[in-house]
Design a protein around this ligand. Structure first.
Ligand SMILES: Cc1cc2nc3c(=O)[nH]c(=O)nc-3n(C[C@H](O)[C@H](O)[C@H](O)COP(=O)(O)O)c2cc1C
Length: 335
């Protein structure tokens, strides 16, 4: 067994240098627990709004409630008022979260309009006040999720570097940097030069990269090339928990197992759907499951037909029947 430390997030040591990102609308318990089972050492829950994060009604929701069998698990907070964020951080740790991550990256218009998420990249003073308030409120590791700026204008780059420098001076445990600007949202290829430049300038800080993590071997190469401490897996993990298994094998220099066959995929997809059914009403569960079905279907030799069958299913027995029909070696029209 390989007991080496792969990534240190303050007091939390992970045995491999990656973890599952916060993905609003996706990173619920079902996704997190599958990621763990496939070798992901740490997962993040969905982003939570600071002012409602500690509300017991919110914490009862399947996506936000940390479970006893999923430690370590992190909570991500988005907000703008340092005291509110500090209160949320304290309450989320009391609720069982092991790490607090502060979101200064979200590009969603409704978040930006309220001056939260990525909008704060233009306001280094508030970012640092938020970091200090959260740091003082909790003893666990505190991370920050950033993008490489609001846009590529010089003032935006200045603000980015100011935030990086001052957050490291103020004891952030790790910076997770998504290599796109807020204006770019998810367009273009992620820029890894800027996160690499941050690591070069601050070699003792923990710098984690994000962006276009889909291919395990290319990712591990990229990490070695950039000198970054780790990376997070986001879209690449939706309907694809095997990515964590493969990343771990590549990282540990072991031959990557063959891709899962349809029988294995069927069992995992059924397990995923079953967990979603435990956490939501049947009607909601069917809708939620469809989001992951898009990812799962990518591996299917008849992707379009399999996806269509999964999408057309409206109630639990129909979804289960579609999974069982399409995820077997005798799926319709199999050659
Ligand atoms: C649907 C979706 C939801 C996301 N939600 C969050 C979020 O809540 N918090 C966050 O920090 N990043 C969020 N992200 C950004 C990802 O964590 C990640 O930084 C980004 O997708 C780049 O990585 P990738 O190209 O490997 O997907 C989200 C991305 C997507 C596609």
């Amino acid at each position: 067994m390989n007991n080496a430390v792969g990534l240190k997030l303050g007091s939390l040591a992970l045995d491999v240098p990656f973890f599952q990102a916060s993905l609003s609308g996706y990173s619920d318990y079902a996704m997190r627990s599958l990621a763990r089972r496939f070798g992901c050492p740490f997962t993040m829950a969905d982003m939570m709004l600071a002012k409602s994060a500690a509300n017991p009604r919110v914490l009862r929701k399947a996506c936000f409630r940390p479970r006893a069998d999923e430690h370590p698990v992190g909570a991500q907070i988005v907000g703008r008022i340092p005291a509110t964020i500090a209160g949320a951080a304290r309450d989320l740790v009391a609720a069982g979260y092991d790490v607090i991550d502060l979101n200064f990256a979200c590009p969603a218009p409704k978040v930006l309009r309220r001056g939260r998420g990525g909008a704060l990249l233009n306001d280094p003073d508030t970012v640092i006040d938020i970091l200090k308030a959260a740091r003082d409120a909790v003893a666990c590791p505190v991370l920050m999720k950033l993008r490489i700026g609001m846009n590529h204008k010089p003032e935006s780059m200045d603000n980015f570097w100011q935030i990086v420098t001052r957050s490291i001076e103020n004891g952030v445990n790790a910076l997770v940097i998504h290599g796109r600007t807020v204006s770019e949202r998810y367009r273009y290829k992620a820029n890894w030069d800027i996160p690499a430049a941050v690591k070069k300038r601050f070699p003792h800080a923990t710098i984690i990269g994000s962006g276009d993590i889909f291919d395990p071997a290319a990712t591990v190469d990229l990490m070695k090339k950039t000198g970054l401490d780790g990376f997070i897996v986001a879209r690449g993990a939706v309907g694809n928990p095997w990515i964590f298994r493969d990343l771990r094998y590549v990282w540990e220099n072991r031959p990557v197992p063959p891709p899962p066959g349809l029988d294995e995929q069927r069992l995992v997809i059924l397990e995923h759907f079953e967990q979603v059914l435990k956490d939501y009403s049947e009607r909601k569960a069917v809708g939620i499951f469809r989001k992951y079905a898009v990812g799962y279907a990518r591996r299917h030799p008849k992707r379009k037909q399999a996806l269509l069958a999964l999408m057309k299913a409206k109630i639990r027995p129909e979804v289960e029947a579609a999974i069982k029909t399409w995820y077997t070696n005798s799926y319709p029209d199999a050659d």
